[in-house]
Structure formats: structure tokens, C-alpha cells
Write a protein that binds this ligand. Structure first.
Ligand code: KIV
Ligand code: ZN
Length: 498
């Protein structure tokens, strides 16, 4: 049996069933293109009979991507299969995913049927799908709670009917990892024609065991895993793609691998999270903001000595630039010096003492000190006059029934320039004036305002990203006046452009 595990991504079908997270066709195409870059083998693009939007998405995704197989879901219903086949007409490689419930709950309570009739319907659906495409996957819905002996009979029958892949979903996320693994092993050992098809896992996360169950399925003979980016999906979600892929990478001893370009993981995760408006929990494995952040003094010391003391995955492998040492009031000078070094700053001990004292002042007010905070601390350390562009004065006029207008005066290598502009708001007006002054084609890529503490008299911290000739420049500033902080951050970024 090959050790290659196929990645079947269902972010755009099962994942998209999350209430309030539906994507339009354009957004789905963007995700599908990124999934192709990530290297998934199969994209489940939708359930075409369910809506014209889903139908259209399958059509457009089929046109937009070339490498992955495009899969369309159906019930074991002729009309569904016909519509799916029609939606797949532009797919370079198309697959129909058809199936029916096989647990007592589904057979008797949902389908009001009996076990033999279900086998007949399953076989009929696979045979009908085979008339349209060669690649037909069969799912035994709620296989997790299905009787293994009966499940084996269903699987044998659908493989005989032509199924190329047999999917064993733990639809309700009920199974224990050992139980799910034994189910897959049972099928490997008791379905006589099992070598004619690939076994797929499809695990839900209701008890938080989707990844464990999927890995157990692989160990016991499954070679396709059905997963979603960030583990999104109905209820507690599906198995998360990044967790399975990186488990296999981390456990080289298991000797399995996928075609995934893991360096694309963070980018794909961010895209799915943004487009679906589903924030990622900070401690989410692999893609959470804290997944590679070390905060306690002991761990920081260990990681600084050797990253592998506290990390089993090199963050670079998943597209994260580096692990982060989260600086808190408990961090020592060594951690501060190291972090400043990573950011490109090297200080003499006396200068470092000065920064360290101000760092402690801030750390007492704020839980974590971020890279941006350090940039601000260091920025304040640099004396006025050293920056190429500096804000000399700023006047803004805004309020209800007033066109926001800003007059900005900057010094550029010592010469003073002034410009006035209006905009949608005071910051937009001030930025427009700055852009007119610097006469460079720049695009604001990101703009973030945060309060350092919670009071209205507090410092506002502004972080900007500016694009110029396809290069990104970062700027930071902090001020009690957020318009001033914004303009200073913008100028900070512009000042870094050569
Ligand atoms: O969870 C499930 O059983 C499914 C099937 C439709 C494959 O999503
Ligand atoms: Zn599912």
C-alpha cells in the first residue's frame, strides 16, 4: 500500500455550511486558486443541486483550477447526480461524490427504510454516477455509528458497482480514535475487493477528536483524508487540513506524506478566515496567532538556546516567518536584546538599559509587548531629526456637517513642505495631503489603530503597511491623538522607502 495520503479539501462544501460564512462565487474561486497553490489533490467545490449559486460555483471553479480534481456532492438521487455531472462539465478531472446514510439512525429514522433497500439505492447511485464520470466516490453517511459488518457489505457492493473511493464519515464526531481506526482496519480486512478503491476519512470534531480520528484512520489503511482549512465546518467543524498535514510531517516515523506545500498554510488559513469572517482562535494548532509564541521566561530561555527545545515544527515550514518571544514584564534583558536583534536593532549596554527601563514601564501597563511596541520604544529612542521625513505640524478640521480637511507640514531632510487636502475623514484627509507631498505612488495595504490601555486618555498605537513598487514598508507610531499617530506611522513607513 502506498504511503501517499491524498488531501480532499471540503472547505468550500462542508466548511462553507457554517451559518453566516457563505462565500460568493468570486470569493470561492479565490479560495480554490489558493488551495491549488497549497497542493490539495481534490477540491469539493459544492453541492450543485442545492442552489443555483452552488451549481455556478462548481462550474466556475472547474474552469479556474487545473491540477486538483473537482468534486461535486450529491445524495443518492438521480436528479442530484445529473445536476452534479452538468456542473462538472468544464472540470479537467471531475468526481461525483454520492452516498446515503448507513447507521440505524439514518436507515430507520431519517430514511424510513431498511438495510437491504439502502444497499440497493447505494449501488444504483454509484452505477448511475458512473454513466457520467469515471471517478465516483461513495460516502456511507454516519458510518461512525454504523455496524461494521453491515458497513463492510455496503462498501463491498459499491466498489463492485464502480466506486473508486469509499468515504467513511464520522458524521456526528462520535468515535474514539481507537474505535475509528478499528473501523477502517475492519474494512481493510473484511471487504474482499477493498484493494480496488481508496478508503477516505471524513471526521467531524464534535468531541474535539477529528484530527486524532483521521490520523488513526490513516494508520489503519485510509489514504484519502477529507479536511477543511482551519477545521471550519458545521457545529464544531471538520478535521483541520493543517493539523493532519503537519502531524504527518512532524511524525516522520509514521512514514506518510502528502503533496501539500506547507509554506502556503498560513496564507491559505488567513484567506479563508478573512473571506469567511471567521477569526481563528489564538491557541489553534498550527495557524493560531500563539501557535509559535513563547511567553514564559523558562520557555523563552529554552527556545533562545535551541528552538527545538520547545518547538516540534519549524514555523517557517508553515509560512510563519519565525517563532515569537512574547515579551512581558517577566522577560529579562536577554529576551529583549534578542528580540531587538531580530528586528534589526543592536544597542550598547547603556542604551539597552534605557530601553529596558521604558520597556518595563510599558510592560506594567500592557499584558504583552509586541514587535510593534518595541518599534515604538526604539523609534522614540531615535532622536528627532534622524528620520528622513518628519511631521512638523498637523491641523485637522472635522465634525458633523464639515468636510474633513487636513493641513500637514513635514520636514524632508530639513526642508519644510506644506499641503492641504480633504477626505472621507480626518485620517483620510491627512493621508491624502501626505501623499501629495511625497509624490510617490504608494498604496496603503493595512492600517490598524489600537489603544495601549483602555482609558480614553490613552496612547493610540498605529501600525501601517504601505506598498511601493511591490515592496511592503511598515510604519509605527503612538500618540494620544490618533490622527497624529496615524500620520506619523504613515511617514515612518514612507521614510523607509529608498
Ligand atoms: O459528514 C458527512 O457525513 C458528510 C457527507 C455528506 C460526506 O459531509
Ligand atoms: Zn461532513
Amino acid at each position: 500500500m502506498s504511503n501517499r495520503v491524498y488531501i480532499f479539501d471540503t472547505t468550500l462544501r462542508d466548511g462553507e455550511q457554517v451559518p453566516g460564512c457563505q462565500l460568493n462565487t468570486i470569493e470561492k474561486i479565490e479560495v480554490a486558486r489558493q488551495l491549488e497553490k497549497l497542493g490539495v489533490d481534490i477540491i469539493e467545490a459544492g453541492f450543485p443541486v442545492s442552489s443555483p449559486g452552488d451549481f455556478n460555483s462548481v462550474v466556475e471553479i472547474s474552469k479556474a483550477v487545473s491540477n486538483p480534481t473537482i468534486c461535486a456532492l450529491t445524495r443518492a438521487v438521480k436528479k442530484d447526480i445529473e445536476v452534479a455531472a452538468d456542473a462538472l462539465k468544464f472540470a479537467k478531472k471531475g468526481r461525483i461524490h454520492t452516498g446515503i446514510g448507513t447507521s440505524p439512525y439514518h436507515i430507520f429514522n431519517k430514511l424510513n427504510s431498511n438495510p437491504e433497500a439502502i444497499i440497493e439505492r447505494a449501488v444504483e447511485a454509484v452505477k448511475y454516477a458512473k454513466k457520467f464520470v469515471e471517478d465516483v466516490e461513495f460516502y456511507a453517511e454516519d458510518a461512525g455509528r454504523s455496524d461494521n459488518e453491515y458497513l463492510a457489505r455496503v462498501i463491498e457492493a459499491v466498489i463492485k458497482a464502480g466506486a473508486t473511493v469509499v468515504n467513511i464519515p464520522d458524521t456526528t464526531g462520535y468515535c474514539l480514535p481507537s474505535e475509528y481506526g478499528e473501523k477502517i482496519a475492519y474494512l481493510v480486512n473484511n471487504v474482499p475487493n477493498i484493494d480496488k478503491a481508496i478508503i477516505a476519512t471524513h471526521c467531524h470534531n464534535d468531541l474535539g477528536m477529528a484530527t486524532a480520528n483521521t490520523v488513526s484512520g490513516i494508520i489503519n489503511g485510509a489514504r484519502q483524508v477529507e479536511v477543511t482549512m482551519n477545521g471550519i465546518g458545521e457545529r464544531a467543524g471538520n478535521t483541520s487540513l493543517e493539523e493532519v498535514v503537519m502531524t504527518l510531517r512532524a511524525h516522520k516515523d509514521l512514514d506518510f506524506d502528502t503533496n501539500i506545500d506547507s509554506k502556503q498554510i498560513m496564507k491559505t488559513s488567513g484567506l479563508v478566515s478573512t473571506l469567511m469572517r471567521m477569526p481563528i482562535q489564538p491557541n489553534k494548532a498550527i495557524v493560531g496567532r500563539n501557535a509559535f509564541a513563547h511567553s514564559s521566561g523558562i520557555h523563552q530561555d529554552g527556545v533562545l538556546k535551541n528552538r527545538e527545545n520547545y518547538e516540534i515544527i519549524d514555523p517557517v515550514e508553515v509560512g510563519v516567518k519565525e517563532s515569537s518571544i512574547v515579551l512581558t514584564a517577566r522577560s529579562g534583558r536577554a529576551a529583549l536584546k534578542h528580540r531587538l536583534g531580530v528586528l534589526g536593532y543592536d544597542y550598547e549596554p547603556s542604551e539597552l538599559d534605557n530601553i529596558y527601563n521604558r520597556f518595563l514601564d510599558l510592560a506594567d501597563k500592557k499584558k504583552d509587548i509586541t514587535d510593534e511596541d518595541l518599534e515604538i520604544l526604539v523609534g522614540r529612542e531615535k532622536q528627532a531629526g534622524k528620520k528622513p521625513i518628519e511631521l512638523v505640524s498637523l491641523q485637522v478640521m472635522c465634525g458633523k456637517s464639515t468636510i474633513p480637511t487636513a493641513t500637514v507640514q513635514v520636514s524632508f531632510h530639513g526642508d519644510i513642505f506644506t499641503e492641504t487636502a480633504s477626505g472621507n475623514g480626518p485620517i483620510d484627509a491627512a493621508f491624502t495631503a501626505v501623499k501629495a507631498l511625497v509624490k510617490r505612488r504608494v498604496r496603503l495595504e493595512e492600517f490598524l489603530i489600537q489603544a495601549i490601555t483602555r482609558g480614553s486618555d490613552d496612547l493610540g498605537k498605529v501600525h501601517v503597511q504601505v506598498e511601493h513598487k511591490e515592496q511592503i514598508y511598515y510604519g509605527f507610531a503612538a500618540h494620544t491623538d490618533i490622527v497624529t499617530a496615524s500620520v506619523e506611522a504613515f511617514l515612518d513607513a514612507l521614510g523607509k522607502i529608498q
